[in-house]
Write a protein that binds this ligand. Structure first.
Ligand SMILES: Cc1cc2nc3c(=O)[nH]c(=O)nc-3n(C[C@H](O)[C@H](O)[C@H](O)COP(=O)(O)OP(=O)(O)OC[C@H]3O[C@@H](n4cnc5c(N)ncnc54)[C@H](O)[C@@H]3O)c2cc1C
Length: 254
């Protein structure tokens, strides 16, 4: 048995992080339009004129749309960026890769890893969160389905539990709910690209930028990508040397 220790590796709770970040942005003047869907990008004369959004509580098509205008627009909708951009003729290969996450109560915390750990054999990444172990693994290429209650999804959740039991026997309560356990399962879509490298930069449509396709590492790369796209939009040279889309990287069709 052996491993590589990466001293710079860190782990945390992405939900807690993003909620705290949103609060800080709001304190500094950012406005968030929660509970709304982008229905359409309105294009005129080769550029984005407005974004049509609708409150999720409002039903019916065609009415109740609000049109937002902006100097510049960044499409950053994860896996949903590709179908949205396709409506204005920008075609980027970003495809949803469904991933599973499981959080198990620690029974023997002293035996659980203290640093984030990836077991290559069982293909699981583990992070310790207070009295729990969070485990992520597997990728499913099957569209935009997020369900947890299909036979396949249930089998995958059980597989995550079994794999943790295999590498850390007795360390967590890996029993499923039906067996009296209290695991917390979740699925999400990793916006995958053929190279696992995101598309950050400008598109061929005026005023329209993209920051999407971060695959398995969107949280890790989120802050750096956000800083880079802000620098690009401001006409600055990003501090980070990267193949920015529409600049020094071929634009494909986008
Ligand atoms: C199980 C699992 C474990 C992972 N572990 C890690 C990890 O350890 N480290 C790491 O760095 N990354 C990890 N990732 C990857 C990371 O979650 C993604 O790369 C990241 O979430 C991508 O961020 P994003 O903002 O581009 O897209 P998303 O997080 O998918 O956010 C896109 C947002 O756009 C919204 N949206 C989409 N379409 C519309 C529309 N029409 N109108 C309004 N809103 C819309 C969505 O609702 C969503 O809120 C993991 C992913 C999974 C599934």
């Amino acid at each position: 048995m052996g491993g590589t220790y990466t001293a710079s590796d860190e782990s945390g709770d992405a939900r807690v992080f993003t909620q705290a970040l949103a609060q800080r942005c709001a304190e500094r003047g950012a406005q968030f339009l929660y509970g709304h869907d982008i229905e359409r990008l309105v294009k005129a004369g080769g550029a984005i004129e407005s974004i049509a959004v609708r409150a999720r509580t409002i039903r019916g098509k065609g009415e109740n749309l609000v049109y937002l205008k902006a100097d510049e627009v960044v499409a950053a909708c994860g896996s949903y960026t590709a179908p949205l951009l396709r409506t204005v003729g920008v075609d980027l290969p970003i495809y949803p890769g469904k991933g599973y996450s499981a959080t198990f109560k620690l029974l023997k915390p002293e035996l659980a890893p203290f640093v984030s750990t990836i077991d290559d054999e069982v293909k699981c990444a583990m992070s310790r969160l207070n009295g729990h172990l969070r485990v992520a693994g597997t990728i499913e290429i099957g569209g935009y389905d997020l369900s947890l209650d299909t036979p396949l999804a249930r089998a995958r959740c059980k597989m995550l539990a079994d794999r943790i039991e295999q590498v850390l026997p007795g360390v967590c309560d890996t029993r499923l709910e039906a067996e009296g356990g209290t695991p917390n399962f979740w699925t999400g879509l990793r916006p995958a690209t053929p190279t696992n490298i995101p598309y950050i930069g400008k598109t061929k449509v005026g005023r329209l930028w993209v920051n999407a396709g971060h695959g398995t590492l969107g949280w890790t790369h989120g802050a750096g990508s956000g800083k880079a796209i802000a620098e690009l939009i401001s006409g600055e040279s990003p501090a980070m040397n990267f193949g920015f889309h529409g600049f020094n990287r071929p634009m494909l069709n986008g």
